[in-house]
Design a protein around this ligand. Structure first.
Ligand code: CP
Ligand code: NVA
Length: 296
């Protein structure tokens, strides 16, 4: 039994196994290994994909899900995080948490006797990136000689991408405006494993020859102090960026997307966009993640 908090907690082989199992279960139905298991979902923030793909996945695996939404639960508000964890482990076999502070999630996971899964915090979004890696494997086949380029904000999704590049050694170029940067500690963690990670303020340089172009909203949930939009504008993923990329490049976005902000409508709806495959793959990835948590 284990938690699933961040990709950097995994070994390279564990991440590769998760990707293979997800793809295997996408093709063939899997065992109902969650019969008689109850899973609690604590969602302090809104969600479409994560919440429903977890609930459907738990259902397909024979288990039952119980949701505490943002109106019912803000960790540490009505009672301590520790008391919440010690109560829920008496009822539930697993807890899936989407919350603001990553430290709250860590605090919860440290005390919980049942596995805890990170369904997004202000710091990271590992379930999303496992689904994205599956999508890459389907469309581009391999991670070797892969050039991934990220555009825009240095947020929770990027954090998990940096961790994935540290484990899988693909090239990662981060194109962001001056004045924001990715987390220093995670960059130095990843650079010790993979020296093919770079940060640039030149979006065209990042786009050149890339196999995979990714962006995300310029304003994440709960971001009280957003960076000015006009400074993000040169990092919008549009036709020009896609033309500079490899001719078979794919465009990825975790969604929800804001058209003509971080991505042009044309690219989002265009033939290189794989956004709905990514959304579907959340379901397959999370079934494999739950299996990993229960069976490790
Ligand atoms: N991509 C993603 O996590 O979407 P939701 O916020 O809708 O869950
Ligand atoms: N960075 C976004 C991801 C949403 C799935 C956010 O945190 O709002």
């Amino acid at each position: 039994m284990t938690n699933f908090i961040d990709l950097k907690d995994l070994t390279k082989d564990q991440l590769i196994d998760l990707i293979s199992l997800s793809l295997q279960w996408k093709k063939n139905t899997c065992d109902k290994f969650m019969i008689d298991k109850n899973v609690v979902l604590i969602f302090e923030k809104p969600s479409l994909r994560t919440r429903i793909s977890f609930e459907v996945g738990i259902n397909q695996l024979g288990g039952k899900s119980h949701l505490l939404n943002e109106k019912e639960m803000q960790l540490g508000e009505r009672e301590t995080v520790e008391d919440t964890a010690r109560v829920l482990e008496r009822y539930a076999d697993m807890v899936i948490i989407r919350c603001f502070g990553h430290n709250q999630l860590i605090k919860y996971a440290n005390i919980s006797n049942v596995p805890v899964i990170n369904a997004l915090t202000d710091y990271s979004h590992p379930c999303q990136v496992v689904a994205d890696l599956i999508t890459i494997k389907e469309h581009l086949k391999d991670f070797e000689n892969l050039k991934v380029s990220w555009f825009g904000d240095c947020n929770n999704v990027l954090q998990s991408w940096i961790e994935a590049s540290g484990l899988l050694n693909f090239e990662l170029n981060i194109a962001c405006p001056e004045g924001i940067k990715p987390n220093k500690e995670i960059i130095s963690w990843a650079l010790k494993r993979n020296n093919n990670i770079s940060i640039t303020h030149n979006p065209h340089k990042a786009a050149e020859g890339a196999h995979c172009i990714i962006t995300d909203t310029w304003r994440s949930m709960g971001d009280q102090n957003p960076f000015p939009e006009h400074k993000f504008m040169p990092f919008q993923v549009n036709k020009k960026i896609m033309e500079l990329a490899n001719k078979n490049a794919i465009f990825m976005h975790c969604l929800p997307a804001y058209r003509n902000k971080e991505v042009s409508s044309e690219v989002l709806e265009g033939s290189q966009s794989v956004i709905f495959d990514e959304a579907e793959n959340r379901l397959h990835a999370q079934k494999a993640i739950m299996h990993f948590c229960i069976h490790k």
